[in-house]
Design a protein around this ligand. Sequence first.
Ligand code: UFG
Length: 332
Amino acid sequence: MRILVSGGAGFIGSHTVVRLIENGYDVTVFDNLYNSKITVLDKIEKITGVRPDFRLCDMLDYDSLENIFKEDHYDAVIHFAGYKAVGESIEKPLMYYDNNIRGTLNLLELMSKYNVKNLIFSSSATVYGIPDKCPVDETAKLFCLNPYGRTKLMIEEILRDLCIADKDFAAVLLRYFNPVGAHPSGLIAEDPNGIPNNLMPRIIQAAKGEIKELKVFGDDYETRDGTCIRDYIHVLDLADGHVAALNYVFKNRGSVAVNLGTGNGLTVLELINAFEKVNNIKVPHSFAPRREGDSMSTYADASLAKKLFGWEAKLTVDDMCRDAWKGALNYE
Ligand code: UFG
């Protein structure tokens, strides 16, 4: 079976491609390399022994995207491609709506035209905004605090509408919590463009001495140590979640949204401490004011993924910290 992976050269995409190949799927990746490098293909080949087919393609370029659909038949599409920086989306909302929404519409139109009716979509726990309660399950109310998040929510709505209109179409909307870690080989890892905003890349910069210290945003939340709680999940567990979701999408029609998290909440300080301990390195840090728009606590009720896909996260916080550091040291 051949799977088309949009954004397959990126962080979560490349790890998923590895797992797809290891599970016997043929893979075609397309990516515009806006936030990724072509060398990732060599690394995927080194890990799996197989080089995925690659097409340099921007999903906004309808004709070039159509050529990919003309070349082969795909049994399913896994759709990662999209802009993902919260701050940038506030500064450039039209760029985010244009790329993420129009790009997805192009993809969906071509899927319909070429009779590809199975989709896994890369959504995010960001659609829960600031949850009223945790663990948060898929029935929680949805709202977003920034244009990036709204593009995820709008695409979810588009897919729900499409599955109502076309009874042959199936879409699994995977709501990721906080992906961290890297392939244990250290060959593929997160490679944020410009100045990273997320916690793990900032921890790594502080550990490397690239920044003087990590700013911990807020020490006065009502949590066990005053810092925010998140559900960090190893990117390889996340990748396995996609393989499990594929098995589901082939057997079911309609749309379903499913959390991919561990179900365990960790504070910012707990993650820093785990990183320092497992890697035997200091992460210089100090407290700064709360960051606007941050939820105090967001962690998953991950039971639906187990029920529907038989999937649950297996890797530990120590695995996440060790692999993230190894990836950061090895990554070229
Ligand atoms: N944090 C710091 N210092 C930093 C960076 C982050 O203290 O330099 C804290 C944040 O305040 C937060 C936690 O670390 O408490 C995690 O922050 P991230 O920015 O890593 O992650 P978020 O949970 O805010 O957001 C992430 C992604 C979004 C995604 C969302 C889904 O950035 O793209 O998870 O919940 F939508």
